[in-house]
Each structure stands twice: as C-alpha cells, then as structure tokens.
Write a protein that binds this ligand. Structure first.
Ligand code: MN
Length: 433
C-alpha cells in the first residue's frame, strides 16, 4: 500500500499537495493528520464525498510499502508515523518547498525546490505528464497556491508559482470558491488576543528595523494565531512582528513570526528555536520554558540575525559635493550645469545647514537675486538619515516628504548622500557585492 501524507495543522497547500500526490501516484491513499487548520476543516466538511481522504488511525501502517510526504521534511511534524521511521524497507518520496537544510526525513527520492508553495511542484508534474485534473481539484490546488504565496505576493513566490496558477485557471478553478475558503478564520477569540497584543505593543528598533514582540497567555488551544500575528504586523506597520503565546497549563510557548524585511529571516530565527519556516513567516513550539527566556532569546536572535542586512552606509555615495552657504547663487547655478546634479547640501563650517536644488532656483524672478548668497534660497529644514538605518527607512522618508535625496549625517556632520536612484538600485537587487 502507498500513502500520501503531510504535516499536522494541515493548511491548504498541504491538503492540495496530498490530493495531488494521490493523482501523481495512482492508488496511493491520501492520509490526513487529525489536526487540520479550521479553514481546511470547513472545506473538507463540505467536500467530504469528493476527496477520499483517510485519517491516520484508519491506516494499517504495517502494510505501507511507500510513503509519500508532501509540504514538510521533518518527522516531528507528521502525526502517528513514528512506527514507519525505523522501517528500512520503506520507500519514501518527498515533495517540498522548504529549505533542504532542515530535512530529517531521509527520502529515497525527492523533489525539493524553493517555490512559493509545494502544490506548484506537483501541478508542474501533473501538467508535464498530461494527467487529468477536475475543476474541483483545480480549485483546491489554487486555494493552496494562493494561501501559501499570499495571492502570489509573498517574496518567496516564483515565476513557476504564477505559471501553475495560470494552468489551474485554465483547468477551470472556481475563483468564487477560492475566495470563500481563503477568507481566514478570524473570530471573537482571535480579536480579543489581537486587541490585547495591540494595547501593549511597543515598537523597538533593532539595527534599523522596526520590530514588535507581543506576548499573551492563553487558556487553551486557539486556532489561527498565525493570522493574528499577520494582522498585528500589518496594523503596527513594522518590518517584523512576533507573537509569543504561552499556555501556562501545558507549559508550552508557541512562537509565530512574520517579516517583510530581507534583513529579518523568520525561518532562520525559528530554526534556532527548533521550529521552521520561510524568510517571511514561521513558527516554533517550545516546551517547558519560561516565557521571559523565550522573549529574551527572540530579541537576541533578531539582533544577531541582522548582521547581513544592508544599511544606508553601504548604499550612500561619498564624498559628498557640498556648497558653502555664502557662495553666490550664480556660482551654484553654474555648478549645477557643470556637474549635472540636481541638488547640493549647503554647509557652514562642515555643518549641514540646508539643501539647494535646481527647483529652488527656478523660483528666482530677478537676475539680481543671483548675486545673493545661496543661503537666501536654500531649504532650511533638511530631512536627513543616519548611516545605520535601512534602505526601507530611506525610501519611506523620500516618499513621505517627496524628496529625491537624503544627506547621511553622523551628528551634524555630513558623511554621504543617498538618492532615489541609490534606493531603487537596492530594491532592484543591483547592489554590487
Ligand atoms: Mn506549504
């Protein structure tokens, strides 16, 4: 007997991949853990007759010849499969999009690639082998694909994911159904937890990133905490957010993280805590730990995780061409033409006092004004940035104040300048090594 199975707290990518596995391996039984996500539960309750899924308890494990594991690469996340772990005659096939460095399932064969969703890998296989897919299967696969890629917007999403989505739409995936089930399970309990976290939220800066760590004690199991953390991050508009959910009765701590910054790799942080995930999302379950210690560990991990992140000092241009505040405006206009620049910082004894741009000179009405010192026309309130901040901070300031350049200052001494095009270069990954 062949079975296809996946991780506990089964999400839509895992369910979709399990069903797809039963199509790729004809005769293989789809087997689900007892604990599945609430949305998946709702989906299954309606589609029960259409998908012949079994529970772990209904499967005679001693008869399993081939185990197909999807959307996970660790034994600890499977349910009730411990008996298979030591079986030497067992053939294991693995389909997964998580990084291979966290593997502890030794597969005889595997397809493991960094995609936005595991179902993408399996849809590619179905398409290449021209295996038939029904509209209902296509719908489930698309729900899994959209859920894991945030509707194709998460940074881990690949072109391949979008091809798979297009193929599923061709196979008549029903977007009305997709939307209905993608709607997350946000209820009264989730709302109460989110409000408690928001009330006590304290933003902090860690090496240029805005981070929030929230801690809540729960009186039992609560679903959809990942959604709570996602909303917490979005509402606070921070680069990364963490939720520490203590269960005092069971002495466990569930840690969930979300990040939209390249500088904070959630998956790496969670792996240090014994969990896992992607750069943007992940979780870890800790047992018999003191929540204070967990919070301290997370803070240290965030700080340690930052070393590779890019700072303004890596991006800025220097030395900076500046003009003295008493330089005649005529001379500054000449310098603009000569150097092909659109703006200069203005200094008095090395201290930044203003900024002059071509735009400022256009306001001049009389020729005589050109003899006046540039300090008469410069902008005095200069928006600046310090060298340790992140490119994202620079971009936010430029957008907010509609400015094209930010002097980089250390105290009031100007040490560099970062322009809109420097920021663009960074965001488009053209930064030289
Ligand atoms: Mn997945």
């Amino acid at each position: 007997m062949d079975i296809v199975t996946t991780h506990r707290n089964t999400d839509f990518d895992a369910l979709a991949s399990t069903i797809a596995g039963s199509l790729i391996y004809p005769g293989a039984l789809p087997v689900l853990p007892n604990i599945v996500n609430p949305n998946v539960k709702a989906f299954l309750s309606i589609h029960k007759d259409l998908f012949d899924v079994r529970r772990v308890v209904d499967v005679p494990l001693d008869q399993v010849k081939r185990l197909i594991v999807v959307d996970i690469n660790r034994w600890s996340r499977l349910e009730g499969m411990t008996a298979l772990k030591s079986r030497e005659d067992l053939e294991i096939c693995l389909w997964d999009h998580h990084p291979a460095d966290s593997n502890d399932i030794e597969a005889s064969w595997k397809c493991q690639e960094p995609m936005g969703a595991t179902i993408t890998l399996m849809v590619r296989e179905l398409r290449d082998n021209k295996l038939p897919i029904t509209p209902i299967q296509a719908t489930l696969f698309l729900i899994g694909l959209y859920e894991d890629t945030g509707n194709l917007t998460f940074p881990a999403c690949q072109a391949e994911d979008a091809y798979a989505a297009a193929f599923l739409l061709e196979k008549q995936a029903d977007l009305a159904v997709v939307n209905r089930f993608l709607r997350p399970a946000y209820g009264e309990r989730q709302k109460a937890i989110l409000f408690e976290m928001l009330q006590r939220a304290q933003r902090k800066r860690v090496n240029g990133h805005a981070v929030c760590v929230g801690r809540v004690a729960l009186d039992g199991h609560v679903d959809s905490l990942a959604l709570v953390v996602r909303m917490y991050r979005e509402i606070l508009n921070v680069d990364a957010a963490f939720g520490i959910f203590e269960n005092p009765l069971k002495e466990t701590c569930m840690v969930i993280g979300r990040s939209i910054s390249d500088g904070i790799h959630i998956g790496a942080i969670m792996r240090s805590l014994g969990g896992g995930g992607h750069p943007g999302a992940g979780s870890a379950m800790l047992k018999s730990v003191n929540p204070d210690t967990v919070e301290e560990m997370i803070n240290e991990l965030i700080a340690g995780n930052q070393q590779a992140s890019v700072q303004i000092s890596d991006l800025m241009s220097f030395p900076v061409f500046t003009v003295a505040s008493d330089m005649p405006t005529r001379k500054v206009a000449e310098l603009f033409r000569e150097k092909g620049c659109t703006g200069f910082p203005v200094v008095e004894n090395d201290t930044l006092v203003g900024i002059i741009s071509r735009r400022d000179l256009r306001k001049l009405r009389k020729d005589a004004q050109l003899n006046a010192p540039v300090r008469a026309f410069m902008t005095r309130h200069v928006m600046t940035i310090s060298p340790g901040r992140s490119p994202m901070d620079a971009a936010r300031l430029m957008v907010k104040h509609d400015i094209g350049r930010l002097p980089v200052v250390d105290g009031d001494r100007i040490i560099g300048i970062v322009t809109r095009s420097d920021a663009m270069t960074y965001f488009y990954d053209l930064l030289p090594d």
